[in-house]
Ligand binder design. Structure first.
Ligand code: AMP
Length: 295
Protein backbone atom coordinates (compact mmCIF):
# COMPACT_ATOMS: atom_id res chain seq x y z
CA UNK A 1 0.00 0.00 0.00
CA UNK A 2 1.38 3.39 -1.04
CA UNK A 3 1.48 5.81 1.87
CA UNK A 4 0.77 9.50 1.37
CA UNK A 5 3.30 12.25 1.77
CA UNK A 6 2.69 14.56 4.72
CA UNK A 7 2.77 18.32 4.27
CA UNK A 8 2.51 20.83 7.08
CA UNK A 9 1.98 24.22 5.45
CA UNK A 10 -0.90 25.72 3.45
CA UNK A 11 1.56 26.68 0.69
CA UNK A 12 2.83 23.11 0.32
CA UNK A 13 -0.71 21.69 0.31
CA UNK A 14 -1.81 24.25 -2.29
CA UNK A 15 1.23 23.50 -4.46
CA UNK A 16 0.45 19.77 -4.38
CA UNK A 17 -3.18 20.38 -5.40
CA UNK A 18 -2.16 22.86 -8.13
CA UNK A 19 0.34 20.32 -9.50
CA UNK A 20 -2.34 17.61 -9.57
CA UNK A 21 -4.70 19.85 -11.53
CA UNK A 22 -1.86 20.79 -13.89
CA UNK A 23 -1.43 17.05 -14.58
CA UNK A 24 -5.14 16.90 -15.42
CA UNK A 25 -6.22 15.22 -12.20
CA UNK A 26 -9.34 16.09 -10.25
CA UNK A 27 -8.58 17.00 -6.63
CA UNK A 28 -10.54 15.27 -3.85
CA UNK A 29 -10.52 16.68 -0.31
CA UNK A 30 -11.46 14.85 2.89
CA UNK A 31 -11.25 17.12 5.96
CA UNK A 32 -10.86 15.28 9.29
CA UNK A 33 -9.63 15.79 12.83
CA UNK A 34 -7.69 12.51 12.76
CA UNK A 35 -8.09 9.46 15.03
CA UNK A 36 -9.18 7.87 11.80
CA UNK A 37 -11.72 5.03 11.75
CA UNK A 38 -13.64 3.12 9.10
CA UNK A 39 -16.04 6.04 8.65
CA UNK A 40 -13.21 8.33 7.61
CA UNK A 41 -11.74 5.63 5.35
CA UNK A 42 -15.09 5.26 3.60
CA UNK A 43 -15.03 9.00 2.83
CA UNK A 44 -11.56 8.56 1.34
CA UNK A 45 -12.82 5.74 -0.89
CA UNK A 46 -15.71 7.92 -2.00
CA UNK A 47 -13.28 10.76 -2.79
CA UNK A 48 -11.25 8.32 -4.89
CA UNK A 49 -14.34 7.61 -6.99
CA UNK A 50 -14.46 11.28 -7.93
CA UNK A 51 -10.81 12.29 -7.98
CA UNK A 52 -7.43 10.96 -9.08
CA UNK A 53 -5.64 12.94 -6.39
CA UNK A 54 -6.94 12.85 -2.83
CA UNK A 55 -5.80 15.09 0.01
CA UNK A 56 -6.85 14.23 3.57
CA UNK A 57 -6.49 17.01 6.10
CA UNK A 58 -5.88 16.10 9.72
CA UNK A 59 -6.34 19.09 11.97
CA UNK A 60 -7.92 19.38 15.40
CA UNK A 61 -9.39 22.83 14.90
CA UNK A 62 -9.37 24.87 18.11
CA UNK A 63 -11.97 27.41 16.97
CA UNK A 64 -14.73 24.81 16.81
CA UNK A 65 -14.29 23.67 20.42
CA UNK A 66 -15.94 25.44 23.34
CA UNK A 67 -13.94 26.29 26.48
CA UNK A 68 -15.25 23.23 28.36
CA UNK A 69 -15.00 20.81 25.46
CA UNK A 70 -12.39 18.16 24.68
CA UNK A 71 -9.87 20.08 22.51
CA UNK A 72 -6.98 19.28 24.87
CA UNK A 73 -7.67 15.57 25.18
CA UNK A 74 -8.90 14.91 21.63
CA UNK A 75 -6.94 11.83 20.37
CA UNK A 76 -3.95 12.76 18.21
CA UNK A 77 -1.71 10.16 16.53
CA UNK A 78 -0.54 11.33 13.12
CA UNK A 79 1.78 8.39 12.40
CA UNK A 80 -0.92 5.78 12.97
CA UNK A 81 -3.45 7.84 10.98
CA UNK A 82 -1.09 8.11 8.01
CA UNK A 83 -0.46 4.35 8.13
CA UNK A 84 -4.23 3.71 7.74
CA UNK A 85 -4.56 5.69 4.53
CA UNK A 86 -4.54 3.94 1.19
CA UNK A 87 -5.07 5.68 -2.15
CA UNK A 88 -4.31 9.10 -0.66
CA UNK A 89 -1.68 11.30 -2.26
CA UNK A 90 -1.20 13.92 0.43
CA UNK A 91 -1.97 14.32 4.12
CA UNK A 92 -2.18 17.96 5.13
CA UNK A 93 -1.45 18.10 8.86
CA UNK A 94 -0.81 21.73 9.81
CA UNK A 95 0.03 23.14 13.23
CA UNK A 96 -2.52 25.53 14.73
CA UNK A 97 -0.13 28.43 14.05
CA UNK A 98 -0.13 27.59 10.32
CA UNK A 99 -3.94 27.73 10.06
CA UNK A 100 -4.32 30.65 12.47
CA UNK A 101 -1.15 32.73 12.10
CA UNK A 102 -0.56 35.73 14.35
CA UNK A 103 -2.87 38.59 13.45
CA UNK A 104 -5.57 36.50 11.79
CA UNK A 105 -9.07 37.60 12.74
CA UNK A 106 -11.47 36.61 9.96
CA UNK A 107 -14.37 34.25 10.65
CA UNK A 108 -17.13 32.81 8.48
CA UNK A 109 -20.50 33.67 9.99
CA UNK A 110 -23.20 31.02 9.73
CA UNK A 111 -26.89 31.85 9.53
CA UNK A 112 -30.18 30.08 10.27
CA UNK A 113 -28.86 26.58 9.58
CA UNK A 114 -27.01 26.87 12.90
CA UNK A 115 -30.07 28.04 14.84
CA UNK A 116 -31.26 24.60 16.03
CA UNK A 117 -29.91 21.11 16.80
CA UNK A 118 -26.24 21.46 17.89
CA UNK A 119 -26.05 25.23 17.28
CA UNK A 120 -27.50 26.45 20.60
CA UNK A 121 -25.62 23.77 22.56
CA UNK A 122 -22.23 24.57 21.05
CA UNK A 123 -22.03 28.36 20.67
CA UNK A 124 -19.44 29.30 18.05
CA UNK A 125 -18.92 25.71 16.94
CA UNK A 126 -20.27 26.03 13.42
CA UNK A 127 -18.56 29.37 12.88
CA UNK A 128 -15.30 27.58 13.75
CA UNK A 129 -16.12 24.70 11.39
CA UNK A 130 -17.17 27.02 8.56
CA UNK A 131 -14.02 29.09 9.03
CA UNK A 132 -11.56 26.22 9.00
CA UNK A 133 -13.25 24.43 6.11
CA UNK A 134 -13.35 27.65 4.08
CA UNK A 135 -9.59 27.90 4.67
CA UNK A 136 -9.19 24.28 3.52
CA UNK A 137 -11.31 24.97 0.43
CA UNK A 138 -9.17 28.01 -0.35
CA UNK A 139 -5.99 25.96 0.02
CA UNK A 140 -7.24 22.99 -2.04
CA UNK A 141 -8.78 25.08 -4.81
CA UNK A 142 -11.24 23.56 -7.27
CA UNK A 143 -12.10 20.14 -5.84
CA UNK A 144 -14.64 17.59 -4.73
CA UNK A 145 -14.92 17.56 -0.95
CA UNK A 146 -16.47 14.64 0.90
CA UNK A 147 -18.15 14.93 4.31
CA UNK A 148 -20.05 12.43 6.44
CA UNK A 149 -23.79 12.62 7.04
CA UNK A 150 -22.92 11.68 10.62
CA UNK A 151 -22.45 15.44 11.08
CA UNK A 152 -25.65 16.21 9.22
CA UNK A 153 -25.95 19.85 10.28
CA UNK A 154 -22.29 20.47 9.50
CA UNK A 155 -22.78 19.05 6.00
CA UNK A 156 -25.81 21.28 5.38
CA UNK A 157 -23.87 24.34 6.59
CA UNK A 158 -20.82 23.55 4.46
CA UNK A 159 -22.94 23.10 1.34
CA UNK A 160 -24.37 26.54 2.07
CA UNK A 161 -20.88 28.01 2.61
CA UNK A 162 -19.63 26.66 -0.73
CA UNK A 163 -22.70 27.97 -2.55
CA UNK A 164 -22.88 31.35 -0.82
CA UNK A 165 -19.17 32.14 -1.21
CA UNK A 166 -19.04 30.88 -4.83
CA UNK A 167 -16.30 28.42 -3.92
CA UNK A 168 -15.28 26.01 -6.71
CA UNK A 169 -16.03 22.98 -4.55
CA UNK A 170 -18.47 20.14 -5.11
CA UNK A 171 -19.64 19.10 -1.65
CA UNK A 172 -20.60 15.44 -1.37
CA UNK A 173 -22.32 13.81 1.61
CA UNK A 174 -21.58 10.19 2.48
CA UNK A 175 -23.83 7.88 4.56
CA UNK A 176 -23.07 7.14 8.20
CA UNK A 177 -20.76 4.18 8.74
CA UNK A 178 -21.85 2.12 11.74
CA UNK A 179 -20.47 -0.67 13.89
CA UNK A 180 -22.14 -4.06 13.41
CA UNK A 181 -24.56 -3.33 16.28
CA UNK A 182 -25.61 0.07 14.93
CA UNK A 183 -23.37 2.47 16.89
CA UNK A 184 -22.24 5.27 14.58
CA UNK A 185 -18.46 5.26 14.29
CA UNK A 186 -16.81 8.24 15.95
CA UNK A 187 -13.35 9.15 17.15
CA UNK A 188 -15.04 9.97 20.48
CA UNK A 189 -16.20 6.35 20.93
CA UNK A 190 -12.63 5.74 22.16
CA UNK A 191 -13.56 7.65 25.34
CA UNK A 192 -16.31 5.15 26.26
CA UNK A 193 -15.81 2.52 28.98
CA UNK A 194 -17.19 -0.96 28.15
CA UNK A 195 -20.32 -0.18 30.18
CA UNK A 196 -20.79 3.15 28.42
CA UNK A 197 -20.24 1.47 25.06
CA UNK A 198 -23.36 -0.60 25.81
CA UNK A 199 -25.35 2.48 26.83
CA UNK A 200 -24.27 4.29 23.64
CA UNK A 201 -26.48 1.92 21.67
CA UNK A 202 -29.45 3.89 22.97
CA UNK A 203 -28.85 6.50 20.25
CA UNK A 204 -29.11 4.19 17.24
CA UNK A 205 -31.88 2.20 18.94
CA UNK A 206 -33.88 5.38 19.43
CA UNK A 207 -33.47 6.38 15.81
CA UNK A 208 -34.35 2.85 14.76
CA UNK A 209 -37.55 2.83 16.81
CA UNK A 210 -38.68 6.00 15.06
CA UNK A 211 -37.55 4.71 11.66
CA UNK A 212 -39.66 1.58 12.11
CA UNK A 213 -42.71 3.61 13.11
CA UNK A 214 -42.14 5.91 10.13
CA UNK A 215 -41.88 2.82 7.90
CA UNK A 216 -45.24 1.73 9.32
CA UNK A 217 -46.84 5.03 8.32
CA UNK A 218 -46.44 7.17 11.46
CA UNK A 219 -45.97 10.82 10.50
CA UNK A 220 -46.73 12.77 13.70
CA UNK A 221 -43.58 14.64 14.70
CA UNK A 222 -44.16 14.38 18.45
CA UNK A 223 -44.86 10.65 18.31
CA UNK A 224 -41.75 9.91 16.24
CA UNK A 225 -39.61 12.12 18.47
CA UNK A 226 -40.96 10.55 21.68
CA UNK A 227 -40.22 7.04 20.40
CA UNK A 228 -36.59 8.01 19.93
CA UNK A 229 -36.45 9.96 23.18
CA UNK A 230 -37.72 6.97 25.17
CA UNK A 231 -34.81 4.82 24.01
CA UNK A 232 -32.20 7.56 24.33
CA UNK A 233 -33.29 8.20 27.94
CA UNK A 234 -32.44 4.59 28.82
CA UNK A 235 -28.72 5.09 28.09
CA UNK A 236 -27.96 8.78 28.21
CA UNK A 237 -26.45 10.53 31.20
CA UNK A 238 -27.91 13.79 29.86
CA UNK A 239 -29.62 14.81 26.64
CA UNK A 240 -28.88 17.95 24.62
CA UNK A 241 -31.72 17.28 22.19
CA UNK A 242 -33.77 14.72 20.35
CA UNK A 243 -35.27 16.73 17.48
CA UNK A 244 -37.15 16.02 14.30
CA UNK A 245 -36.66 18.73 11.72
CA UNK A 246 -37.05 19.65 8.09
CA UNK A 247 -34.25 17.75 6.35
CA UNK A 248 -33.05 20.79 4.37
CA UNK A 249 -33.85 23.91 6.43
CA UNK A 250 -33.18 22.10 9.75
CA UNK A 251 -36.15 23.84 11.38
CA UNK A 252 -37.79 21.60 14.01
CA UNK A 253 -41.36 20.43 13.48
CA UNK A 254 -43.98 21.25 16.09
CA UNK A 255 -45.11 18.14 17.97
CA UNK A 256 -48.50 18.14 16.27
CA UNK A 257 -47.10 18.54 12.77
CA UNK A 258 -47.06 15.91 10.06
CA UNK A 259 -43.45 15.44 8.97
CA UNK A 260 -44.30 14.48 5.41
CA UNK A 261 -42.24 12.13 3.24
CA UNK A 262 -38.76 13.10 4.50
CA UNK A 263 -37.41 14.50 7.77
CA UNK A 264 -34.22 14.35 9.79
CA UNK A 265 -34.33 12.94 13.30
CA UNK A 266 -31.20 13.92 15.20
CA UNK A 267 -29.86 13.16 18.68
CA UNK A 268 -27.11 14.64 20.82
CA UNK A 269 -26.52 13.35 24.31
CA UNK A 270 -23.85 12.48 26.81
CA UNK A 271 -22.93 8.94 27.72
CA UNK A 272 -20.95 9.52 30.89
CA UNK A 273 -18.95 12.61 29.95
CA UNK A 274 -18.71 11.75 26.24
CA UNK A 275 -20.94 13.75 23.91
CA UNK A 276 -22.25 11.66 21.02
CA UNK A 277 -24.44 12.57 18.05
CA UNK A 278 -26.39 10.49 15.55
CA UNK A 279 -29.21 10.96 13.07
CA UNK A 280 -31.41 9.30 10.50
CA UNK A 281 -33.18 10.83 7.53
CA UNK A 282 -36.63 9.27 7.70
CA UNK A 283 -37.89 8.45 4.24
CA UNK A 284 -34.35 8.23 2.87
CA UNK A 285 -31.91 6.26 5.08
CA UNK A 286 -31.96 2.61 6.01
CA UNK A 287 -32.85 1.58 9.54
CA UNK A 288 -29.74 2.44 11.61
CA UNK A 289 -29.88 -0.86 13.49
CA UNK A 290 -29.21 -3.82 11.24
CA UNK A 291 -31.70 -6.62 11.64
CA UNK A 292 -34.05 -4.48 13.74
CA UNK A 293 -37.49 -6.11 13.86
CA UNK A 294 -39.57 -4.99 10.91
CA UNK A 295 -43.20 -4.05 10.94
P1 AMP B 1 -14.12 14.28 12.27
O1 AMP B 1 -12.73 13.72 12.17
O2 AMP B 1 -14.94 13.70 13.38
O3 AMP B 1 -14.16 15.78 12.19
O4 AMP B 1 -14.87 13.78 10.96
C1 AMP B 1 -14.31 14.03 9.69
C2 AMP B 1 -15.33 13.66 8.66
O5 AMP B 1 -15.67 12.28 8.78
C3 AMP B 1 -16.64 14.45 8.77
O6 AMP B 1 -17.11 14.77 7.46
C4 AMP B 1 -17.54 13.47 9.46
O7 AMP B 1 -18.90 13.68 9.19
C5 AMP B 1 -17.07 12.17 8.87
N1 AMP B 1 -17.44 11.03 9.71
C6 AMP B 1 -17.14 10.86 11.03
N2 AMP B 1 -17.69 9.72 11.48
C7 AMP B 1 -18.35 9.17 10.43
C8 AMP B 1 -19.14 7.99 10.26
N3 AMP B 1 -19.36 7.14 11.26
N4 AMP B 1 -19.67 7.75 9.03
C9 AMP B 1 -19.46 8.61 8.00
N5 AMP B 1 -18.73 9.74 8.11
C10 AMP B 1 -18.19 10.01 9.31
Amino acid sequence: MAHPIVVKTPDAARAACDAARARGERVGLVPTMGALHEGHLALVKEARRHAGFVMVSIFVNPTQFGPNEDFGRYPRDLASDVAKLDGVSVVFAPEVSAMYPAGEETRVHVGALAAHLCGPHRPGHFEGVATVVTKLFAIAGACTAVFGKKDYQQLAILRRVATDLFLPVDVIGFPIVREADGLAMSSRNAYLSPEERGKALSLSRGLSAAARAFGGGERRAGTLRDLALGEVQRGATSIDYVTIADADALVPFDDGADVGPRAVLAVACRIGTTRLIDNVVLGEDEDPVPGAPGE
